[in-house]
Design a protein. Structure first.
Length: 69
């Protein structure tokens, strides 16, 4: 079973302006649940006006296999 409880350290992250041919690296810290599970965090990019960038696309996501202690 996959649930959606992989929590980012913050809700919003500032992404620098880049040209179409450039790449950047984004680092995000997550807090996983205190129990074993497969957890996912899903993200969409918004512009400064609060509008979705590529609104018809799924966005990016991260899945982690958390191991409870």
């Amino acid at each position: 079973m996959v649930n959606l409880y992989l929590k980012p350290e913050r809700i919003k992250y500032q992404i620098p302006k880049v040209l179409p041919s450039e790449t950047i690296q984004i680092k995000i810290k997550f807090n996983a649940p205190p129990y074993s599970d497969s957890v996912i965090s899903r993200w969409k990019i918004i512009d400064p006006g609060g509008n979705f960038v590529f609104p018809d696309k799924y966005g990016i996501w991260c899945q982690v296999e958390a191991v409870g202690m």
